[in-house]
Design a protein around this ligand. Structure first.
Ligand SMILES: Nc1ncnc2c1ncn2[C@@H]1O[C@H](COP(=O)(O)OP(=O)(O)OP(=O)(O)O)[C@@H](O)[C@H]1O
Ligand SMILES: [Mg+2]
Length: 150
């Protein structure tokens, strides 16, 4: 794994970056977000879905805990919000263990809360708010992402 770092200056730039990352994802990938409230995790996931070729509009899963996006592409995106997940029993209620992980891409908001349940090759994506519209974004991933710029 390597660490890649980018800076964006608007939600649109974050979506454009995420689109490039999404285009390089494949079934079995797990993207674990770190970054607090309003950091841009859901915004980023919108770009991931676009990059994967999915047609669905990504919305915040805060109340649903999980959204499945399947329209228009072969690999589904499963988008979790673990904000309220405090233990293993609650994690089971999200369906985290029921999806065929090797056939999907997982994007996990508040992954801190389920750290011990994440697969070993999970890629960590950290969003840090450095200004009203500025975000520093780092990804721990393999060389697939080396040529991505903003
Ligand atoms: N460069 C940027 N990248 C991403 N979002 C930005 C940026 N600049 C401003 N924003 C704004 O920050 C907010 C990010 O909200 P978003 O729902 O994506 O965050 P989140 O990390 O999913 O929050 P939560 O923890 O509440 O789920 C949006 O209102 C977005 O317009
Ligand atoms: Mg969110």
């Amino acid at each position: 794994m390597q660490t890649f770092r980018w800076t964006t200056h608007s939600p649109e730039e974050t979506i454009a970056l995420a689109r490039q990352i999404g285009a390089r994802l494949h079934a079995g990938d797990v993207l674990a977000y770190r970054g607090g409230l309003g950091a841009g995790k859901t915004t980023f996931t919108r770009g991931i879905a676009e990059g994967m070729g999915l047609d669905d509009l990504v919305t915040s899963p805060t109340f649903a805990l999980v959204h499945e996006y399947t329209q228009g592409a072969a690999t589904p995106l499963i988008h979790f919000d673990m904000y309220r997940i405090m233990d293993e029993e609650e994690l089971e209620t999200t369906g985290f263990y029921d999806y065929p992980q090797t056939e999907c891409v997982f994007a996990v908001e508040w992954s801190e809360n389920i750290a011990s349940a994440l697969p070993e090759d999970t890629m960590t994506l950290t969003l840090t708010r450095t200004g009203d519209a500025d975000r520093e974004i780092t990804l721990q991933g393999d060389e697939r992402f080396a040529d991505i710029g903003t």
